[in-house]
Design a protein around this ligand. Structure first.
Ligand code: ZN
Length: 208
C-alpha cells in the first residue's frame, strides 16, 4: 500500500491517493478541490483510479469530485446521512448527490486491487462522518486530528457523538497510522497518549 497526501483547496484539505502498487489500482479519498492536481498525479504515476471515497459531506472534501469523476470514470461513495439528492430541497453542509453517487455505511468494505477499506461510521463532526480503515492506516476525515478532533458546532455536529466516536477509535486493537482530513499525519498510539479529546472522552464516558 502506498499513500500519497495532496493538500488541496483554501482549507488545505488532505486528499489521499491510496495505491496497491502491485497493480497500479488506487482509491482517491476526499478530492476536496483542485482536481487537476489530483489527475496530474494519477497520470504521472500511471495509476488507475477505481473508486472515490468521501469521509463526509462538507464541501471542502468534495469540491474536486466532479473533476476527478470526469477524468477517471470512477464511482464515488459517501455515507447517506451526509448527502441529499440535489433534485430535492438543498441542505446546507450536506453533499448534493446525483443518481450516480453510491452510498456506503457501517461495516461495508470497498475493494481496490488487493486493498480492502472498511467503513466505520464515526458521527460527531457530521452525522454521516466515516473513518476508512485499510491495513494499518486510518483515514480519519474530520473526526480525529493530531492533538485535536473535528469541530462539532456545525449544523448536525454532536459533541457527545464525537466523544463516542473517539472512544471507538481508541478501542481498536494495536497501533495505526492516522491520515486526517486536515493538518499533520499522526498515529493512533500518539493520540492515545496526547490527544486531550480522547482522554476527555475516556473520563467523561467512564472508561478511564
Ligand atoms: Zn468537515
Amino acid at each position: 500500500m502506498q499513500i500519497k497526501g495532496i493538500p488541496v483547496g483554501q482549507l488545505g484539505t488532505n486528499c489521499y491517493i491510496v495505491t496497491d502498487e502491485t497493480c497500479g489500482k488506487c482509491a482517491v479519498i476526499d478530492p476536496g478541490d483542485e482536481s487537476g492536481l489530483i489527475l496530474d498525479y494519477l497520470e504521472a504515476n500511471h495509476l488507475s483510479c477505481e473508486v472515490i471515497m468521501l469521509t463526509h459531506g462538507h464541501h471542502d472534501h468534495w469540491l474536486g469530485l466532479d473533476g476527478v469523476r470526469e477524468g477517471t470514470g470512477a464511482p464515488a461513495y459517501i455515507n447517506k446521512k451526509d448527502a441529499f439528492l440535489k433534485t430535492g430541497p438543498a441542505k446546507p453542509m450536506k453533499f448534493p448527490a446525483d443518481e450516480d453517487i453510491r452510498y456506503y455505511a457501517e461495516g461495508d468494505t470497498i475493494q481496490v486491487g488487493s486493498l480492502s477499506f472498511s467503513v466505520l461510521e464515526t458521527p460527531g463532526h457530521s452525522s454521516g462522518s466515516v473513518c476508512l480503515v485499510c491495513e494499518n492506516a486510518i483515514f480519519s476525515g474530520d473526526t480525529l486530528f493530531r492533538d485535536s478532533c473535528g469541530r462539532t458546532d456545525f449544523e448536525d455536529g454532536d459533541m457527545n457523538a464525537m466523544l463516542r466516536s473517539l472512544l471507538r477509535l481508541d478501542s481498536l486493537q494495536g497501533d495505526y497510522e492516522v491520515y486526517p482530513g486536515h493538518m499533520e499525519y499522526t498515529s493512533l498510539d500518539r493520540e492515545r497518549a496526547y490527544n486531550y479529546y480522547i482522554t476527555y472522552a475516556k473520563n467523561a464516558l467512564g472508561k478511564a
